[in-house]
Design a binder for this molecule. Structure first.
Ligand code: BTN
Length: 264
């Protein structure tokens, strides 16, 4: 029997991400465009992609810089109302989708620096930014998930800490290949998220965790927690082993290596 798309509930939609996918040559930030379109009622899964951002944003008020066409930059509208899993898992699951994509296209092992960076050979290849807010009159939350992947070059200012897929692979990687693979991987993790079963993803995230058994510091607002990276729990919180031997779940914050925080 043919399945009609209009009869599928969100939970049953087989491939939610990238329908529609709207491309721009130049925007301020794909986050701005996606937020405006989300407020105008664009469907869940809408992807906004741009070749150039004039005001690209990173986490913690940082700037995301990229030469035209050298990075994959996109934002996705999500409204995950029908899942028992907390939304905190969303950005880590997106990181997993990016890590799988980066590993396949570069043939290099990829790790995840909790909560939002994807690394190749210990250098940042991708960053993820999540904005969320309640959407009245219903109480459902609307998320705009922003992903930037260095595909051809790394911004000069980040050369010591960043890498591109092409640099890691040793050949030029096509942005279209990154986009196609990433959307397929995002589909997979998002379907698992909405189904309410991310056990397999959690195991893989735990295995890909960067700095395991190493000392790190996590700054959240004015509070710093230092400890040894021990894993992630079922809510996607980072588990830090504190100097007194206890395990502390960390829900949010910016992580840096070492016992005292440095500028990431
Ligand atoms: C970070 O590493 O701090 C997060 C970077 C997120 C960058 C992406 S690029 C696409 C989207 N639009 C933005 O302005 N930021 C995100």
């Amino acid at each position: 029997m043919a399945i009609r798309a209009d009869r599928l509930s969100h939970a049953e939609t087989p491939r939610p991400i990238g329908r529609p996918l709207i491309r721009f040559d130049r925007v301020t930030s794909t986050m701005d465009v996606a937020t405006t379109l989300a407020d105008l009622g664009s469907p869940e899964g809408t992807v906004i992609q741009a070749d150039l951002q004039t005001a690209g944003r990173g986490r913690a008020g940082r700037v995301w810089e990229s030469e035209a066409g050298s990075a994959l930059m996109l934002s996705i509208i999500l409204r995950p109302s029908d899942t028992p899993i907390g939304p905190g898992a969303l950005s880590l699951l997106a990181g997993l989708a990016v890590a799988r994509t980066a590993e396949v296209l570069s043939s290099r092992p990829s790790t995840i620096k909790w909560p939002n960076d994807v690394l190749l050979d210990g250098l940042k290849v991708s960053g993820i930014l999540v904005h969320s807010r309640a959407t009245p009159p219903c109480s459902c939350r609307q998320f705009v998930l922003g992903i930037g992947v260095n595909v051809r070059e790394t911004p000069e200012s980040h050369a010591a800490r960043a890498i591109s897929l092409s640099e890691a692979a040793g050949v030029t990687v096509a942005t279209a290949d990154v986009l196609n693979r990433l959307i397929a991987e995002l589909d997979t993790v998002y379907v698992a998220f909405r189904r309410g079963d991310i056990a397999r993803e959690l195991t893989e995230l735990d295995a890909r965790l960067a700095f395991r058994d190493q000392q790190v510091s996590v700054v959240d607002g004015g509070r710093t927690t230092s400890g040894t990276v021990s894993g992630i729990d079922h809510t996607c919180a980072l588990l830090l082993r504190l100097p007194d031997g206890t395990l502390r779940p960390i829900i949010s914050g910016e992580l840096t290596r070492g016992p005292t925080p440095v500028e990431p």
